[in-house]
Ligand binder design. Sequence first.
Ligand code: CMP
Length: 132
Amino acid sequence: MEKSLVLIKPDGIKRKLVGEIIKRYEYRGLMIENIKMIKPTTNMLKQHYIEHIDKPFFAELVDYMSSDFVVAIVLSGEHAIELVRKINGSTNYMQAELGSIRGDFANSITRNLVHGCDSPESFKREYDIWFG
Ligand code: CMP
């Protein structure tokens, strides 16, 4: 059994897609272990997105993510990390497969609705930021 950390980003809440998004994880057998709404601080986002700190889109990403509430979720299940990333679809909405969350609903590379951790190590790091 593996755990994954998901964020539903501010555009997911504004567009009233929270139920639609959570349903997709549950329908694939993932279990909600913990869930909360939180307005992230710049400091939390700097830690969360540390690997992108030097990227040209970093400031825009932090501005956007700190603009409103996000939903932070811990999901558990077999291969939870890989499964969540499949359900989410590619980061770039233009390459995201139809049937994935981003493929069906995203219309911006920054405002791409969801985030999923990419390894057990990033799960631990991100869990401490969002639920620690
Ligand atoms: P996420 O899966 O949360 O991980 C990093 C985030 O940075 C990504 O989703 C997007 O929201 C954002 N992102 C990635 N690439 C770009 C880009 N080229 N331009 C703007 N934002 C990006």
